[in-house]
Design a protein. Structure first.
Lengths: 476, 348
């Protein structure tokens, strides 16, 4: 009996050690990956620094800038749509049009648009190149020749973007959220890769920033500030890390797998070549980018998916735990949907860096990472309480993990500070540094829990977006 | 050293690194804020000095002399300021800046420092002009950085001394300049300024179809009818991009001699050429091609149908009559294309 117990205890210690090693190795690999991203991003920013003044951008690029269609899907946005569209129409770009898609709104989105911009029914010849729900009508007005409104049956964001894609006649389209705020020179900044390398560039992503805490007037961020809400503050650091570090780094080595749905430029024909935006996924933005990679890799055609580190778009971050939890679970579900839909690309050398680095990164950080980390949070303290693991090692490893986490977040802030410096004063910087430390103690762990919930929703086939309750931008 | 000690030391080093980095960032920010304040004050002083030059204030140039050694500051302000003035005023300011030796300061800055600074310095040198500046801009074409090379070529062009079209094509063939949209714009300017040289350059065998197409496209903006026979010849080229560019250029020039080539292009196997031909027929107002456009209304490719409809509408009464006939016809694609072309044309 004693021998059996001894054997069981020995086996349990072995299991505990194996789990501890798996957690440590995964964590270390993740941190090394982040460190690599940090170095790649720093190099990218040093080699291609920001062009500060909009006037300089205009002087250098306006003559060669290709026409762009801004595609703004709107669903039940009657309260804010007019101001958002006015702000879009005032963008500084030589040749663009705005296509607003009223995606079967149940409120008065269409009515307020028609009244505010004095629109009347119009006609436009268009191909049904990308699948979309029935278009009920088109509206345009003489006073705003750059604006076209599509009224269609509800079909979701991907469907609405497909409708705009069909109606667009510009070679470049810009997908965005109708409630996002664009920088006045956003298009001019983001279009640069299309100007510099028109043959190969098929898509360009832009940096999204959190608008909470900023001063907003007439649909524009007029003064950048750190959010007062802790949750929004933590997300500000998170966004810096995601955009300024991760996406910039991956774009540098041609392994970028996502361009945020809040802002992205695409060559229209390339999007149509892959069948437009995909229906039936909550991650249509990532799905599109992966489809583009796949298409061009299979054809063996040289292509480039770029990324602009300068902030081009501002979005409202959730300030409530429940809304944020739903958003993060949904994002994770979207990532997993795309990952498994294109599982033939995972670590497949036939897809080059996108298969090895891009999909390898998703596998480690998005698929395995959250699950292993949650296992670690639950099992390692349990094993320690049972006396199966050494407390000394446990604390030491935790200290390394937190140390790495803080270095990475501070590194992302350093990139911002070195090249962009958009936060107005040292006080904002100090607050953000506090957040960079704080996020490692609780927020990161909760975030992992939400991601595991997203994975569960994916496994169980849960559908839908959940409710995103927006407070609306406070205007000054 | 025990593994445990190594792990603890790693953790402590990481935390110390993070704390040190954070402190460094805050200190740098405070220093930068002061520096930015001083820089803003210096910029204001230079702008005031330049304004004083315009107003012929005595000793205005002496005030500017104090800043003349600061290449980046002077280049930044000069590029912005000279965009606001024209003619004799502009020349007066520039000549006085040349006199205080700004060109030499900028030329020296072109050899060192940040890339952003060099780009601005090139723009400033372009504005200042003169042989020393031009030589420096030409030297910058040999820079290892592609954006500096492009900016140098553009600076020379803005200064009124663009490279010849042959040299410009050499740069692209040799890989010194990428065929970017900026390059295409420059090629357009140079070809339009010297169509004969552009025609000669098209005889070269080392041009890729893309470069040939860019040159033909540029010729379409020249307004010189001597290029028409050449464009007609290239409208039958083996590569579809070259044919497309030639047909588009013919449409832009609107010369009657191009009608036959555009009509033939309507039958091309490539849809981009057919689409360009439809567009060209409408732009040039070749109403004799209305029957061909009517046929293209039933093309399998949407862009060809759309351009044909647009062109027929642009042809006026005659074209619209063809559209109305097609709209009432039994040809489903042509019927729909014509109907929408009429509706859209009336709406805009």
């Amino acid at each position: 009996m004693n021998g059996l117990l001894h054997e069981a205890a020995h086996w349990l210690v072995g299991v505990a050690e194996a789990i501890a090693v798996a957690v440590i190795v995964t964590g270390l690999l993740q941190n090394l990956l982040y460190l690599w991203q940090l170095l790649l991003a720093a190099r990218a920013l040093a080699q291609d620094p920001s062009i500060g003044a909009p006037a300089v951008l205009w002087r250098r690029f306006a003559d060669a800038a290709p026409p762009i269609t801004l595609m703004a899907p709107a669903y039940n946005e009657a309260l804010t749509i007019v101001e958002s569209i006015r702000s879009l129409l005032a963008l500084q770009y030589p040749n663009f049009e705005v296509i607003v898609v009223n995606d079967g709104s149940k409120d008065e989105t269409l009515k307020v648009l028609v009244e505010a911009f004095e629109l009347t029914p119009t006609h436009r010849h268009y191909p049904l190149a990308a699948p979309c729900a029935a278009i009920r009508g088109l509206y345009a007005g003489a006073k705003q020749p750059r604006l076209l409104v599509i009224d269609k049956e509800n079909g979701g964001k991907a469907d609405a973007l497909n409708a705009a894609l069909n109606l667009s006649r510009a070679p470049i389209v810009c997908s965005m959220d109708a409630d996002s705020l664009l920088e006045p020179d956003a298009l001019l900044r983001a279009v640069r890769p299309f100007v510099d390398d028109p043959e190969r560039t098929i898509a360009v992503g832009g940096t999204i920033r959190i608008a909470n805490g900023c001063k907003i007037a007439f649909g524009r961020v007029v003064e950048v500030g750190a959010p007062r809400n802790v949750l929004a503050l933590l997300q500000t650091v998170e966004y810096l890390r995601a955009f300024l570090m991760a996406r910039l780094a991956w774009s540098r080595i041609s392994a970028l797998t996502i361009i945020s749905g809040a802002f992205g430029l695409f060559r229209r024909q390339a999007v149509l070549d892959v069948g437009g935006y995909s229906h039936g996924t909550v991650g249509e933005d990532m799905e599109l980018v992966v489809k583009l990679h796949k298409h061009y890799r299979r054809l063996g055609k040289p292509y480039r998916i770029g990324f602009t580190p300068e902030p081009v778009c501002w979005t409202e971050a959730p300030e409530s735990w429940s809304v944020l939890a739903r958003q993060r679970a949904r994002w994770h579900r979207g990532a997993l949907e795309t990952f498994f839909r294109h599982r033939d690309m995972i670590l497949n050398p036939g897809y080059g860096r996108i298969g090895l680095v891009g999909f390898g990164h998703i596998l480690l950080v998005d698929v395995l990472g959250p699950i292993i980390e949650i296992f670690g949070y639950v099992l390692i303290p349990a094993f320690w309480l049972l006396g199966l693991l050494s407390a000394d090692y446990l604390w030491a490893m935790l200290a390394v993990t937190f140390g790495f986490g803080i270095v990475i977040s501070v590194g992302a802030l350093a990139l911002e500070e070195a090249e962009l410096r958009r936060f107005p004063d040292a006080k904002s910087l100090l607050i953000l540094m506090g957040a960079a430390v704080l996020e490692n103690f609780g927020y990161r762990q909760i975030n992992n829990f939400w991601r595991v919930r997203g994975a569960w929703q994916f496994v169980t086939g849960a559908q839908g977006w959940g409710t995103m309750t927006r407070r609306g931008f406070k205007t000054s | 050293m025990s593994p445990l000690a190594i792990i603890w030391i790693t953790a402590l080093v990481l935390i110390a690194l993070a704390l040190g980095w954070m402190s460094g960032l805050i200190v740098l920010r405070l220093i930068n804020e002061r520096r930015a304040g001083r820089l803003a004050a210096d910029r204001r002083a230079v702008v005031e000095g330049l304004s004083a030059l315009l107003r012929d204030v005595p000793d205005a140039i002496d005030a500017l002399r104090a800043y003349a050694h600061r290449a980046r500051l002077m280049a930044d302000v000069l590029v912005e300021f000279q965009g606001l003035i024209r003619g004799a005023d502009q020349e007066r300011v520039l000549s006085q800046l040349r006199e205080i030796g700004l060109v030499d300061v900028l030329v020296a800055r072109l050899e060192r420092g940040s890339r952003a600074g060099r780009l601005t310095v090139l723009e400033a040198l372009s504005a200042l002009g003169g042989e020393t500046a031009r030589q420096a801009m030409r030297r910058a074409i040999g820079s290892p950085r592609p954006e500096i090379r492009m900016a140098a070529v553009k600076a020379l062009a803005d200064n009124g001394n663009p490279p010849s079209i042959g040299r410009l094509l050499d740069y692209a063939v040799g890989g010194e300049l990428e065929p970017s949209r900026l390059y295409a714009e420059l090629l357009r300017q140079v070809a339009a300024a010297d169509p004969a040289a552009a025609m000669k350059a098209l005889e070269r065998a080392d041009l890729s179809p893309q470069l040939r197409a860019l040159t033909l496209d540029a010729l379409g903006f020249s307004g010189d009818y001597q290029v028409v026979p050449l464009l007609i010849a290239f409208a039958g080229h083996a590569h579809f991009e070259v044919r497309t560019a030639a047909v588009r250029a013919l449409g832009r020039l609107q010369h009657p001699a191009g009608e036959g080539a555009i009509g033939r292009a309507m039958e091309d196997e490539s849809w981009t050429v057919r689409s360009a031909a439809a567009e060209a027929a409408g732009a040039a107002g070749f109403s004799r091609l209305a029957a061909g456009l009517d046929r293209l209304l039933g093309d399998a490719e949407w862009w060809v149908r759309f351009r044909a409809g647009e062109a027929l509408f642009a042809l006026g009464v005659e074209g619209r009559a063809v559209l109305r006939l097609a709209a009432g016809s039994e040809r489903p694609l042509a019927h729909r294309a014509a109907e929408l072309a009429l509706a859209e044309g009336d709406a805009t």
